[in-house]
Structure formats: C-alpha cells, structure tokens
Design a protein around this ligand. Structure first.
Ligand SMILES: Nc1ncnc2c1ncn2[C@@H]1O[C@H](COP(=O)(O)OP(=O)(O)OP(=O)(O)O)[C@@H](O)[C@H]1O
Ligand SMILES: [Mg+2]
Length: 351
C-alpha cells in the first residue's frame, strides 16, 4: 500500500501531547516525508521545536513517532525532527572564533531553485517566480548563486556595475525585485577563475554585505550540479527550502532526482518539482505537443515523494530572441502566480 504524507496526517489526527496539545492544530507539523527503503517505509516528520511559546518536550516527539509507528505495519522507522535545533546546530558549525555568524535579512523565506542538470530553466523559473511574488505584494529578492555562469541580470536585462553605500552593496532593483549577482562585480563577461571554497565565500559575502530591502521572499538561483555550491547554500541557509526543476526528458529528470536526494540527505525541506518546457501549444493551430517527451516530473515526484507543483510550457519568444520574464498578459504568468500562492501556503520557515 502506498502511504502518503496525507495518510500520516490522518493517523496523527487523534494524537495529543502530554499537556493535551493537538499538534495538527496550528501548524506545529512543518512537513512530512515518506521514503521507501529496503526494510519498509521511513517517515520523517519535521516539527517546530518551540511552538506557541512552549518548547515541545523530547518525550512528546518520541510519543508522536511511536504513535505513527504503531498504526501502520508498512512503516519501519519514524523520525520527528525539530527544525529550530537543526538551524542552531548549523549556525554553531559555521561560527568560527573571530568571525561573525552569518547575517541574513531578518525573517526572509528562502527558496533555492535547483536541478542538478544545466539548461533546464532554473534561472528562468527563478526570475519569473520572483516576479510573481513581487506582484502578489511581497518584498522579493533574488540572489544569483551561479558565480561562474550568472545569468539573472541578463535575463532581467540589468547591466549596472555594483553600487555601494557606506561599504555595503546596494542591490539592483527591477520589476520590484532586488537582485544581487556576481555579474555586477566583473567587467563585460570577464571570466571568473575561482575554486570551490572561494565560490561559497562569494555567495556568503554577497548575502551578508548587501543592504537588502527586508525581503519577505528570496529566491536563490543555483548553478547546475549537486556540487560545492549547492552544499554551501544549504549549509549557510539551513531553512532554505528547495524546489527542483526538470524538463519532461527522463535523463534530465534522473539528474534532478539525484539533486533532490542530496537535499534530502542534508535533511532540508523539498517543496516539490517543476516541469519546465513541459509542453507546447502550436501558435498556429493550438495543437498540444511534447517536444521533450513526457514523464520527467512524475519520475522525480514519485522517487522523492514530493508534489509536482507546476508544469510550465514553452514560452515562444518569436524573432525578438529576448527571453526571460514572461510578457505581461501571457497565460504562463498565471501559472507562476498560482505557484507563488501555493508556495506561500506552504508556510516556509523564515531564516
Ligand atoms: N519555458 C521556457 N520556454 C522557452 N524557453 C525557455 C523556457 N525556460 C527556459 N528557456 C530557455 O532555455 C535556456 C536555458 O534556460 P535557463 O538559463 O533559465 O536555464 P538554467 O537551468 O538556469 O541554465 P544553467 O544550468 O546554465 O544555469 C534559456 O535560453 C531560456 O531562455
Ligand atoms: Mg541558470
């Protein structure tokens, strides 16, 4: 029998803590992941460590795990993981003597757009999702974490060199989005020849040294690969939730799947998978076709037990060759709007 996070929620409905608190009421449970293993299903339940001003006792977490474990024979292991503790450990690991701990804008919800695979549309999704959040009225920012292959400024047609104020960096601002990117520091397409640890440092410095305009949502546009940068980003920003991007192509999906497993192995939240370049409507006859095949998002969703949160069609740019933000009034804008609204409903934890 397939067990879903919804089933776990249903099982938990009658559960009460020792103080008579019902965890399903009021958002104590942050998210639930069910993973198939050789010995049965493993369930990870992320919870708030401090909830409604009270620390939830370890005994309550143990009781909650036992409650789930006792009710379904398919389940072999249940872990109840407090989020705040997670973050405290990560912060401890990061703060070395004589170094300031990472400073990020207060109460920003971060969404890392990742894929593993190159060219699937991470940057395009990042800017359009940011635009949708901005249009919904949220203060929104993008941190371009692609240090070598930055493309966010080009996609948003930003060419400014970096500006500073009192030794702080000023983000560029366009379409109500604050943007910080390595592009603003290097000359016209000058190459950057840095090695792994320096790349991570650059991201951290851009984050810490920028005078952000108190964003409520920040999109992190990640480079391809599940390498150093993705690991650094997840270490620096432990509350950043990730969203995977794939195309319908099965080979792309397998790479995205591996990136998703990397996020899981770090115990970070995975919101879902977006299938980009999913289908195309012929502008002449309206015929719907799938130039890259079908099934990529479903493969990733099934393997990681996450939802397909959006399917974005090809956006044809005609002869202009200008790509980037979906033009005003285009139906795909609604897809991004619905996606931003759905993510807002997921109640991400602010960093
Ligand atoms: N839905 C879409 N319809 C049409 N073209 C798209 C779509 N999404 C992305 N593209 C185009 O595909 C190319 C790659 O997109 P993008 O740069 O966003 O991918 P990426 O995953 O960020 O790449 P990289 O791995 O190099 O960072 C770009 O030319 C972009 O305009
Ligand atoms: Mg990119």
């Amino acid at each position: 029998m397939a067990v879903t996070p919804k089933d776990i929620l249903a099982i938990l409905a009658p559960f009460k803590t020792s103080a008579g608190v019902e965890p399903l009421k009021g958002g104590y449970i942050q998210d639930i992941a069910v993973e198939p293993h050789a010995d049965g299903l493993h369930v990870n339940i992320h919870v708030d460590e401090v909830w409604r001003g009270t620390t939830v006792l370890p005994e309550d977490r143990t009781a909650l795990a036992a409650f789930v474990l006792a009710r379904l024979k398919e389940i072999h292991d249940v872990r109840v993981i407090p989020r705040a503790k997670d973050q405290a450990n990560a912060a401890k690991k990061l703060s070395r003597p004589g170094q300031a701990s990472p400073r990020t804008p207060a109460a920003v919800k971060m969404i890392a757009v990742i894929s593993g695979k190159g060219g699937v549309g991470k940057s395009t999704v990042s800017i359009n999702l940011a635009h949708a959040f901005a249009r919904l009225g949220f203060r929104t920012a993008i941190l371009d974490c692609d240090i070598y292959g930055f493309s966010v400024p080009d996609l948003l047609q930003l060419a400014d060199p970096v500006k500073t104020q009192e030794r702080k960096l000023i983000p560029s601002h366009v379409h109500d989005i604050d943007v910080m990117s390595m592009k603003f520091f290097v000359g016209h397409n000058a190459p950057i020849m840095w090695r792994g640890p320096m790349l991570g440092k650059a991201i951290r410095q851009m984050m810490e040294d920028t005078l952000w305009n108190a964003p409520e949502y920040m999109i992190l546009d990640l480079p391809p690969g599940t390498g150093d940068i993705a690991m650094d980003v997840h270490e620096y920003f432990p509350r950043a939730a990730s969203i995977l991007v794939t195309t319908p192509d099965i080979n792309a999906a397998r790479v995205a799947e591996r990136a998703g497993h990397m996020v899981r192995s770090l115990d970070r939240r995975l919101l879902g998978v977006i299938e980009n370049m999913s289908y195309m409507n012929c502008p002449e006859c309206g015929y719907l076709w799938h130039p890259l095949g079908r099934g990529g998002a479903e493969l990733v969703a099934k393997s990681l037990n996450i939802p397909v949160v959006a399917k974005i069609p090809w956006v044809l740019t005609g002869d202009s060759g200008i790509t980037g933000l979906v033009p005003d009034g285009h139906p795909v804008q609604n897809i991004y709007r619905t996606l931003a609204q759905a993510i807002d409903q997921m109640k991400l934890l602010p960093t």
